[in-house]
Design a protein around this ligand. Structure first.
Ligand code: AMP
Length: 135
């Protein structure tokens, strides 16, 4: 069955995304409504609505990939740590939120924090490149 979610459309190239990483099984791209600049989503290309539906091998490999991205985000964005969240309120295609965080910022309820939009597509590209080139 065709994956009609917004992420399925991104995978098929039907709608644009600022891609940070791609291979035959996984794709990472900038969240369109970032909680912090550099907020990245990592997805398996195969659609599983929820994390509990994904096979163990996908879970193991996607979290290894997430950690590679986390290290690249630490290096490329100079953040102190990366918040890892699995939510799924909006898009029924399992995805991992990777959100750059700084120890100096005031901590409040993770995704409920105010969002931090990019000033322009060019600014989003700068963040994409900082992460991608540190991978
Ligand atoms: P949730 O399903 O609650 O984990 O949230 C889905 C996330 O996907 C939200 O943070 C959205 O901002 C993000 N999102 C929705 N559409 C797009 C898109 N076209 N490109 C990038 N991120 C998106």
């Amino acid at each position: 069955m065709q994956n009609d979610t917004v992420f399925g459309k991104i995978i098929r190239g039907e709608i644009p995304a600022t891609k940070v990483y791609e291979d035959d099984r996984f794709l990472a791209f900038l969240d369109i409504n970032p909680v912090a600049k550099g907020h990245t989503l990592l997805i398996p290309k195969e659609q599983y609505a929820w994390i509990h539906e994904a096979p163990d091998e996908i879970i193991a490999d996607i979290f290894v990939k997430a950690n590679h991205l986390i290290r690249a985000m630490r290096k490329g964005l100079s953040c102190d740590f990366v918040q890892v969240s699995v939510v799924g309120n909006e898009v029924p295609h399992f995805h991992i939120h990777l959100i750059p965080r700084f120890l100096t910022e005031e901590v409040s309820g993770h995704l409920l924090r105010a969002h931090e939009p990019y000033a322009s597509d060019e600014e989003a590209q700068v963040y994409r490149t900082r992460i991608a080139s540190a991978l």
